[in-house]
Every structure is written in structure tokens, then in C-alpha cells.
Ligand binder design. Structure first.
Ligand SMILES: O=C[C@H](O)COP(=O)(O)O
Length: 246
């Protein structure tokens, strides 16, 4: 298994004090030579966290960006602004944005193009609802999301996050993850040819210290996108410790 990546998505959590304490703990305790780690604080904490990460191998990520470079977009942040702060990765198309902000595949793709132009690595989220899985439509849905959200020649990271597994405490089973990962790899190769082989596929949805070792040992799982457990240094570092570092 090759070197894995653990991405912590803090979502809308993190006051100045809490963010500083969490990042200090991660920086101090991250084992040498660990798997790749990226933390994604809310916009308000990016600059202070960037300062704390300056001499650390932990990467900094954001949770969204706008598709335009600059302009009259009140409340938005562009990829170039993120790059300017030292951000290296950006989560795009999270289901909480697709559903909460009616974000479409096409918008996610435009954001990914903007992110790549600014030198960021997009982490593009895809995933089916419980109803879609129950109806056996999940592969169709995931195929459409890949087709609609990933720009041509995409070589970044995809996070498979079944929506029903997010924040529910009910991760997908190993069998479901293994089957879906195999499908996603085949679909990426079908749609993108050779470049589809290079895309890293993470799993996200109720990953915790207990289930991380088994989830991270599933073939094709290149790492994890961690929500709730990324807010707890002990839990997050256990997950990092379960990831392959070689
Ligand atoms: O971005 C992270 C995912 O939405 C997973 O969240 P969770 O680990 O709290 O289920």
C-alpha cells in the first residue's frame, strides 16, 4: 500500500483559542515520517493556523473556494487568495455545500479549474444519499458526479463520502467501501484514461480511531477525509497512525 493521506475537515468549528490549541497539539505530537496530513480549518482560522504550521509537515487546506479569481462576490474567497495564505489543498463539492448551498456539479468543476490554476490540489467530494443506495442507484450517481465535477485531465484527490455515513456514526461497511472503490477506479479510468489511474481516492463518513485501521487497509483507499474526529487531537492522531506512511 502506498503512502496515504489523512485530511481533517474542521467544518464550521474553531474559535481562535480552540484552533490554536488543536493545531499546537497536532504539530507537537505528529510522529516523524507519518502519512501525509492536511488540516482544513474554517476561513477565519486559516491565517493563524498557517503561522503555526510553518515548520511542520502538516499541510493546510480550505473547505471551499469561489470559481472566479476576484470580483464582486460578497462573502466569497478565491483560490488565489487561499494560495496567498499558504493553503495547498481545497475541499470542493462537499455534500454539505451541494445540499446546503445547492451547489451543482458544474460549479464544483469550475471551482476545481480555478483551484488548479491557483496551484491548489482540489479534494473533490462525491457521494450518494441513503435513498439512492437503497434503490441501487449509487453507481450511476457517482459516475455522473465524476463526469460533472471533475475537470478534464484531473489528477487531484476524490473523496468518496456516502452522505448517509457523514456525521451519523455509521460508516459504510468494509464490503461497501471496497466495492465502491473498485467501481470508482474503473469509472475514473473509463472517463479519464491513464490520468484516472493517478487520482487518489479517499473515504469519508464517520471515520474514527476505532474503524480507521480496517477502513485504511481496504484496497484503493488512499486515505480518509475526517470530520468530527479531526477536532480531537487524540482521535485524529490515532487515525493518522493507522495510515500507511511508506
Ligand atoms: O468532510 C468530512 C466528512 O463530511 C465526514 O464527516 P464525519 O467524519 O464527521 O462523518
Amino acid at each position: 500500500m502506498s503512502r496515504q493521506m489523512i485530511v481533517g475537515n474542521w467544518k464550521m468549528n474553531g474559535t481562535r483559542q480552540a484552533a490554536q490549541a488543536l493545531v499546537a497539539s497536532l504539530v507537537d505530537r505528529l510522529p516523524q515520517g507519518s502519512a501525509d496530513v492536511v488540516i482544513c480549518p474554517p476561513f477565519t482560522q486559516l491565517a493563524p493556523v498557517a503561522d503555526k504550521l510553518a515548520a511542520s509537515p502538516i499541510g493546510l487546506g480550505a473547505q471551499d473556494c469561489h470559481q472566479a479569481v476576484s470580483g464582486a462576490y460578497t462573502g466569497d474567497v478565491s483560490a488565489a487568495m487561499l494560495a496567498d495564505l499558504g493553503v495547498g489543498h481545497v475541499i470542493l463539492g462537499h455534500s454539505e455545500r451541494r445540499q446546503g448551498h445547492a451547489e451543482l456539479d458544474e460549479t464544483v468543476r469550475e471551482k476545481a479549474v480555478a483551484a488548479i490554476r491557483a496551484g491548489l490540489v482540489p479534494v473533490i467530494c462525491i457521494g450518494e444519499t441513503a435513498e439512492q443506495r437503497d434503490a441501487g442507484q449509487h453507481e450511476d450517481v457517482l459516475g455522473w458526479q465524476i463526469e460533472g465535477s471533475l475537470p478534464e485531465g484531473f489528477g487531484g484527490v476524490v473523496a468518496y463520502e456516502p452522505i448517509w455515513a457523514i456525521g451519523s456514526g455509521r460508516a459504510a461497511t468494509e464490503e461497501q467501501i471496497a466495492q465502491t472503490m473498485a467501481f470508482l477506479r474503473a469509472e475514473l479510468i473509463r472517463q479519464f484514461g491513464e490520468t484516472g489511474k493517478a487520482v487518489k481516492i479517499l473515504y469519508g463518513g464517520s471515520v474514527n480511531a476505532g474503524n480507521a485501521p480496517s477502513i485504511l487497509s481496504i484496497p484503493e483507499v488512499a486515505g480518509a477525509l475526517v470530520g468530527g474526529a479531526s477536532l480531537d487531537a487524540d482521535a485524529f492522531l490515532s487515525i493518522v497512525g493507522a495510515a500507511s506512511a511508506s
